[in-house]
Design a protein around this ligand. Structure first.
Ligand code: 5GP
Ligand code: MN
Length: 314
């Protein structure tokens, strides 16, 4: 059951040491939400660490304190620590950080597929981003919103709703974003940093675009990140799915990425069908219009299984 903003304040008051974490392959919402809560909890006199079981894309380097994010091997906790899981549906989604959650756990999240695993939770699938939930919480707590916090939260919200273009954008999303701009968030600087691409990355994009395939009467578009394509792009392939999504007439976009000969990582986006349901058939989850999963099969087979499942649902 969801706790209130006051309940959460009581929870913070009980703890001196707090570990913050989010899902593997952290996106703008995960990073922005983590950095903001980190900043604020430190002003409350807490000993706070941020741990992510993954590399952080260097496009986030412009954010204050991004260097504070540590890998699980560098951190030790015990059962007197509070763990706060942001933007993730389960402790498993945090990879090796799950083993550091030795005491009580708070979960603040907006995924429809949330597994309700925490001791205290605030799960709001009606919100476009975890950053949107946090913005409201900070208002309810009467927190001082500094400009770096506002930048990080604005980025969190904007990246999860396609810069206010996706169907999860509500009046509340825009009101929260507006309040952040009033407190010093810089929409132009944030999009410049996130959109800036090195020439190497732009050339990688031209390679990726060659690999867009269409299915189901051109209503489904997919990109395969084979080891050969990954040589061009590197491991951070998160942004490319939007190019498949933007192909005219396409309703469902997906990427399949080589992890190993027996494991394939999948991302899904849609304009009308429920891709959370598709991801769930493979043990994943996410949102109705953006979801992901890992399929225990080689890439070519995983792609076939996925396309079959998408077409069944259309
Ligand atoms: P992405 O495609 O950007 O990795 O993920 C899209 C959305 O689905 C994100 O909100 C992400 O947290 C969620 N998601 C991706 N993969 C998984 C998964 O394996 N399990 C669950 N529960 N959610 C996922
Ligand atoms: Mn999110």
């Amino acid at each position: 059951m969801n706790c209130t903003s006051q309940d959460l304040q009581h929870v913070w008051n009980q703890y001196g040491s707090i570990m913050l974490t989010a899902h593997v392959s952290p996106d703008g919402d995960a990073i922005g939400s983590l950095l903001t809560l980190y900043h604020w909890l430190k002003t409350q006199g807490k000993h706070v660490v941020i741990v992510i079981d993954d590399d952080i894309d260097d496009k986030f380097n412009f954010l204050e304190d991004v260097n504070a994010i540590q890998k699980p091997a560098a951190v030790q906790t015990d059962d007197t620590w509070l763990s706060v899981v942001l933007d993730a549906t389960s402790s498993d989604r945090c990879g090796k950080v799950a083993a550091l959650m030795k005491g009580k756990v708070v979960n603040i999240d907006h995924h429809i597929s949330n597994e309700h695993f925490a001791d205290w939770e605030l799960v709001r699938p009606d919100m476009a981003a975890t950053g949107e939930i946090l913005t409201e919480l900070f208002q309810q707590w009467g927190a001082v919103m500094t400009a770096p916090m506002a930048d990080a939260l604005y980025m969190a919200i904007a990246t999860d709703c396609g810069f206010f273009k996706f169907s999860n954008t509500t009046g509340h999303t825009l009101r929260m974003a507006a309040s952040l701009v009033d407190n010093g968030a810089r929409p132009n600087i944030i999009s410049e940093h996130l959109e800036a691409q090195s020439l190497i990355k732009l050339r990688a994009l031209s390679e990726v675009l060659k690999h867009i395939e269409l299915f189901a009467g051109n209503t489904v578009a997919g990109i395969s990140f084979t080891p050969d394509v990954l040589k061009h792009t590197g491991e951070h392939t998160g942004g490319y799915i939007d190019y498949a999504r933007n192909v005219k007439g396409v309703d469902v976009a997906f990427t399949v990425k080589y992890i190993s000969d027996t494991e394939t990582r999948v991302s899904l986006r849609s304009k009308s069908i429920d891709v959370n349901a598709i991801a769930a058939t493979f043990g994943g989850g996410g949102h109705v219009r953006a979801a992901g999963c890992t399929i225990a099969a080689p890439l070519a087979k995983a792609k076939k299984m996925l396309v079959k499942e998408i077409i069944r649902d259309k």
